[in-house]
Design a protein around this ligand. Structure first.
Ligand code: HEC
Ligand code: HEC
Ligand code: HEC
Ligand code: HEC
Ligand code: HEC
Length: 381
């Protein structure tokens, strides 16, 4: 108990405010597991100082010359002074330590829909964080409702540091992700990124259940909640295996060759970000020899006047082979299968299309290599 009171006292001095202050340093004291995962996430790395890909594109972007870092509302919302136009882009602690902070998500009250890009509306209540709860759904837990901290150790009665609001629907249906993730047009009103989210009657999965699955370990160190939601959403340090079950590969033998079907169980288009390059790689091993099949790419190419171009210049879709929400894409191969054949199918992506990377001067192996998202082996009997 003594240790706990000290903790409460030591953070008592830190207050959250509407201007620029590091916030995550407070949360780590009580939510260390989540903080640790967050440290490896793409959200932690969303600024030009942490993400070499974002930097490479920003360096070429015409807005850079004007000093107008308009990416801030999605890539570095925790830098509130920058978003508000009070400061210009500079290497501050917020940019390097928490460009998208814990509060950049947990204080999203609602999403305003716009043609160009949606917008996050943040609550003005400084210490109120949104979350979900089966037991408390629709209610608010106010920490000062409790006169004593003792109860905290036995039951879930709230946080000694902040209020929790369990009444925000956007956290139950995962709309809170869509202020940043839904779509984005360029200055020419051309859609450069669009998740093309679809509703499903059969699937109950949401952005949160798929990308933030429940993992072992308590979400708070003041009592044991058994599980917490994974906070490491990322491509770079991906543990893509946790998503494999949402991408199914099946094989169908035909008289003229065979078909591999990729079933996308996600409610959005895969690898729609123009830099990504998704691929299907298939090999057949027969009598100790490997027969490689032609690689298949699934990407969208955008451009101007019939030629590929940078996103801010693009005015047309040149080709679109991306796999849409809930789509079952069939790919035909001509090789005739024989008894004893072992067919291996791998579906994955390059985070940065190697051809584009060369132009951008990006050479980090992790960004260029083929990352397998799902893989399956089939034996011909
Ligand atoms: C002094 C410890 C402490 C600090 C500091 C703290 N929290 Fe908490 N937080 C708690 C406790 C305890 C709970 C659990 C309440 C319960 O289960 O009834 C909680 C619950 C939460 C929840 C809701 C979890 C749920 O599903 O019920 C969120 C979200 C949250 N905290 C976010 C944060 C963020 C973001 C920060 C930093 C700005 C932070 N917390 C700082 C102790 C703390
Ligand atoms: C409406 C919100 C929003 C705005 C505004 C925005 N982005 Fe993004 N950006 C995102 C999201 C969300 C992702 C992750 C998309 C994905 O991986 O599917 C992303 C990803 C990227 C990536 C790929 C990152 C990587 O590591 O592969 C680049 C590059 C990028 N953005 C550049 C920019 C630039 C430059 C600007 C400003 C001129 C900008 N973005 C403005 C939301 C936004
Ligand atoms: C990209 C948005 C995002 C960021 C960034 C984020 N969270 Fe969360 N967090 C969520 C969502 C969504 C949930 C699930 C909502 C729920 O079930 O309460 C969640 C759940 C939680 C929970 C409680 C539920 C559980 O079982 O884990 C805590 C505590 C929490 N977050 C703390 C933090 C802290 C601390 C940070 C910063 C280190 C942080 N979050 C950063 C979106 C985010
Ligand atoms: C404040 C804006 C914002 C919010 C809210 C947000 N994200 Fe992100 N997210 C981003 C940006 C920006 C990136 C790309 C970061 C970079 O450039 O390195 C990203 C990256 C990601 C990635 C990795 C992308 C990849 O290509 O592998 C995943 C997965 C992701 N977000 C899921 C979510 C989910 C799920 C939610 C809701 C719980 C959410 N995000 C909420 C801005 C946001
Ligand atoms: C049924 C599970 C499922 C649901 C629901 C889901 N995703 Fe995904 N998501 C995936 C899979 C599988 C991938 C591909 C693996 C990867 O890219 O890491 C993916 C990829 C992504 C990426 C990486 C970049 C890309 O273009 O492929 C982002 C960002 C993302 N999802 C965000 C979201 C958001 C936001 C939502 C809510 C609208 C959502 N996801 C809902 C399974 C899901």
């Amino acid at each position: 108990m003594k240790k706990f009171m000290l903790l409460v006292l030591s953070i008592g001095a830190i207050t959250l405010s509407a201007s620029n202050k590091l916030e995550n340093a407070t949360c780590v004291k009580c939510h260390p597991k989540i903080f640790k995962e967050y440290e490896n996430s793409m959200h932690k790395n969303a600024s030009i100082y942490n993400d070499p890909v974002h930097k490479a594109i920003w360096d070429l972007h015409p807005a850079k010359k004007k000093g107008n870092y308009k990416c801030a509302k999605c890539h570095t919302p925790a830098d509130r002074d920058l978003v508000a136009g009070k400061t210009s882009l500079a290497k501050t602690d917020i940019q390097t330590k928490e460009p998208i902070s814990c509060l950049s998500c947990h204080q999203i009250e609602s999403i305003e829909k716009h043609k160009k890009a949606n917008k996050n509306i943040y609550t003005k209540k400084e210490k109120t964080f949104f979350a979900t709860s089966k037991e408390h759904k629709g209610t608010k837990l106010l920490y000062h409702d409790k006169s004593s901290f003792f109860g905290l150790f036995k039951t879930r009665v709230g946080s000694p540091y902040h209020d929790i609001d369990y009444s925000n629907e956007n956290f139950y249906d995962a709309k809170m992700c869509l202020g940043c993730h839904d779509h984005k047009q360029n200055g020419k009103e051309f859609m450069i990124c669009d998740m093309q989210i679809k509703k499903s009657d059969s699937s109950k999965e949401t952005c949160i259940t798929c990308h933030m699955p429940k993992e072992k370990g308590s979400f708070v160190n003041l009592h044991d909640s058994k599980t917490h939601r994974f906070h490491g959403a990322t491509a770079l340090v991906a543990r893509p295996n946790r998503l494999s079950k949402h991408l199914l590969l099946t094989l169908e033998k035909e008289s003229e060759g065979f078909t591999i079907m990729i079933e996308n169980k996600a409610n959005h288009t895969l690898a729609m970000q123009p830099l990504r390059l998704a691929k299907l790689k298939v090999t057949i091993s027969r009598d100790g020899k490997i027969i490689a099949q032609e690689e298949q790419s699934f990407q969208k190419v955008i451009g101007t006047n019939g030629k590929p171009s940078m996103p801010w210049l693009a005015t047309e879709v040149l080709s679109d082979k991306t796999i849409k929400a809930f789509e079952k894409r069939k790919v035909h191969f001509e090789t005739k299968l024989e008894k004893g054949d072992e067919i291996v199918a791998k579906f994955g992506y390059h985070i940065v299309n190697p051809k584009v990377a060369e132009k951008l001067g990006i050479s980090d192996k992790k960004l260029l290599e083929f990352t397998v998202l799902t893989k399956r082996r089939f034996m011909q009997k």
